[in-house]
Design a protein around this ligand. Structure first.
Ligand SMILES: Cc1ncc(COP(=O)(O)O)c(C=O)c1O
Length: 454
C-alpha cells in the first residue's frame, strides 16, 4: 500500500467526521462496528470472515431477504433500458401498474395510491389528506406508536424522547391509550378528529398485538363519527405478519393504509399511501390542484420497478404463508426454550414479527442487578443482550424503539429453519448466562462505565 493510501482516512472516520459521529461511537461501544462485505438473504458476510444472521431486517425492510436476485435483475434491466425514470411531465406507467397491483391486493375501499419515498412521508400524506377530506383538524393516535421522525409524524408519537428540543409539534394531535374503547368513543364523539391513526400491531411499542375486538370497534366508532380509520402498516404490511396487510388478518376495512420499508425489497426508498377514491378526489379535486400534493421522487421508475419485482417475489415464493408458519413455530419454540427463566415475561407477535419481553426477576440478587442496570439506562439490559447475541452468536437484533425491555425478532421471510434453530439456541444461551453468571453483569457494568465516559 502506498504511503498516500495508508494515510487516507477510513470510511468510518469519514462517516464520523461528516455524517454522524455519535452513531459510530454507539456501534463501537456495542462492538457492532463491523464492515459488511456481502448481504444475501438472511445472511451478512463481514470483511473479517464472519457470517452474521440478520434478525433485524433493517427494521422490517428485508422481507424478501437482502439483495434478492430477481429484484436485483429487475433493477438492472430497468437501468439498462434507459427509460423515463423521472420526467415530471408524463404519465409514469410503472406507477400505474404498481398502484393497480397494490390496491388489488389491499382490497376493500383502497382503490388509489399516492407514492412517496419513506414511511414518514406517507404519514405526512395521511395528515394532509384526512384533513382535506373531512375538513377537520384533529388527529387521534395510539400511545406508544412509532410513526416516523418528520414533524407531522412525530406529532403522532407520545414518547417525548424523539421530539425533545424540536419545538412545538402539530396542534390538534392527541394520544389515546390503546385498547380503551370507552375513551375512544368519548373522544371521537367530539367530531373534531379527521383521522384515528393506529397500527395493527405496534412494533416499536414492544410488538403489541391488539385484540381483534378493539380494532373492529375502533373502526366502527370511526365510521359512526365521520373520522377516517387509518392504519400504519409500514412494518406490519408487505406480508411481514402473514397476510399482505395485517388489516386482513384482523378483518378490517381501513380508509387509508401506509406502507413503505419492504415495498422495494430494501433497495430503493419508497412508500405508498393506499386510500379510497373519495379521499384522493378531495385533494385532487380540480385541474388546478392536479399536483397539489406530490414529491419529486415519488413515482421514480426504479422505485416502482423495485416494488413490482418485490411483489412478484413475495407472491411467487409464497413468503407471507411461509413467514406465518415459521413465525408461529418460532414463538412456540422460544416460549418453550425460555419458559424456565424468571426475566422472560412474554414471547409474542404475528407472522415473522416477534418480541421477547424481559422483566425484573423475582430472586433478590438478579433483581438488584437488573434494577440497577435499569436505573443506569432503561435500554442497558436489552443492549447487552443485543451485544452478546452479536458478538458471541453472530446474530444481529435490536430492542424496540419505544419499549426498551423488548427484544425484536424480525428475520427476513426467507430465513431458513437452520437460522431459526440457531437463534433459539443462542437467545436461550444468553438468557441463561444472565440468570446464572456474574460475568454477564460485570461485563455489562464495564459497558455502562464506558458509555458514561465516552
Ligand atoms: C410503523 C412505522 N411507521 C412509520 C415509520 C417511518 O418510516 P420511515 O423511517 O421510512 O420514514 C416507521 C419506521 O420505522 C415505522 O416503524
Amino acid at each position: 500500500m502506498s504511503a498516500l493510501a495508508s494515510a487516507r482516512p477510513t470510511a468510518t472516520a469519514l462517516y464520523a467526521a461528516h455524517v454522524n459521529p455519535q452513531w459510530v461511537r454507539l456501534l463501537d461501544l456495542l462492538r457492532m462496528n463491523v464492515r459488511y462485505r456481502k448481504c444475501i438473504g438472511a445472511e451478512l458476510f463481514t470483511a473479517d470472515g464472519r457470517r452474521i444472521l440478520d434478525f433485524l431486517s433493517g427494521y422490517c425492510v428485508h422481507n424478501t431477504g437482502h439483495n434478492h436476485p430477481a429484484i436485483v435483475e429487475a433493477l438492472r434491466d430497468e437501468l439498462s433500458a434507459s427509460g423515463p425514470a423521472m420526467l415530471q411531465s408524463h404519465v409514469p406507467e410503472l406507477a400505474g401498474e404498481l398502484a393497480a397491483r397494490l390496491t388489488a391486493l389491499a382490497g376493500g375501499r383502497l382503490s388509489r395510491a399516492f407514492f412517496c419515498s419513506s414511511g414518514s412521508e406517507g404519514v405526512e400524506t395521511v395528515i394532509k389528506f384526512s384533513r382535506a377530506h373531512t375538513r377537520r383538524d384533529g388527529l387521534l393516535y395510539a400511545e406508544g406508536a412509532f410513526h416516523g421522525l418528520t414533524c407531522g409524524a412525530l406529532s403522532l408519537m407520545s414518547d417525548p424522547s424523539w421530539s425533545d428540543g424540536c419545538g412545538p409539534m402539530l396542534p390538534g394531535t392527541e394520544p389515546i391509550a390503546s385498547g380503551d374503547v370507552d375513551e375512544l368513543d368519548r373522544r371521537l364523539a367530539t367530531r373534531k378528529f379527521a383521522a384515528f391513526i393506529g397500527a395493527p400491531t405496534q412494533a416499536e411499542a414492544g410488538i403489541r398485538v391488539p385484540s381483534r375486538d378493539y380494532l373492529a370497534t375502533a373502526q366502527s366508532l370511526c365510521r359512526r363519527y365521520g373520522t377516517l380509520f387509518v392504519l400504519d402498516e409500514v412494518q406490519t404490511g408487505m406480508y411481514r405478519t402473514g397476510d399482505f396487510l395485517a388489516a386482513h388478518t384482523f378483518g378490517l376495512d381501513p380508509d387509508m393504509v401506509v406502507i413503505a420499508k419492504a415495498l422495494s425489497g430494501g433497495l430503493i426508498p419508497v412508500g405508498a399511501v393506499l386510500m379510497s377514491d373519495a379521499i384522493s378526489n378531495s385533494v385532487y379535486d380540480s385541474l388546478k390542484r392536479a399536483i397539489v400534493h406530490t414529491s419529486t421522487y415519488s413515482e421514480n421508475g426504479l422505485a416502482m420497478r423495485a416494488g413490482l419485482a418485490t411483489l412478484d417475489v413475495l407472491q411467487n415464493e409464497n413468503l407471507g404463508a411461509r413467514g406465518r408458519t415459521l413465525g408461529d413455530d418460532l414463538r412456540r419454540r422460544l416460549s418453550a426454550a425460555l419458559s424456565g427463566y424468571d426475566m422472560v415475561k412474554e414471547v409474542r407477535g404475528m407472522g415473522m414479527l416477534s418480541g421477547i419481553e424481559f422483566t425484573s426477576p423475582k430472586q433478590l440478587r438478579p433483581r438488584l442487578a437488573y434494577e440497577s442496570f435499569h436505573a443506569i439506562h432503561p435500554a442497558m439490559f436489552g443492549q447487552v443482550l443485543v451485544m452478546r447475541l452479536f458478538r458471541d452468536h453472530d446474530i444481529l437484533t435490536q430492542i424496540c424503539g419505544n419499549n426498551l425491555q423488548v427484544l425484536k425478532v424480525a428475520p427476513p421471510l426467507v430465513a431458513s429453519e437452520e437460522h431459526l434453530d440457531h437463534f433459539v439456541e443462542s437467545i436461550r444461551a444468553v438468557v441463561d448466562l444472565a440468570h446464572t453468571s456474574t460475568s454477564f453483569w460485570s461485563e455489562a457494568l464495564v459497558l455502562a462505565r464506558r458509555a458514561v465516559r465516552i
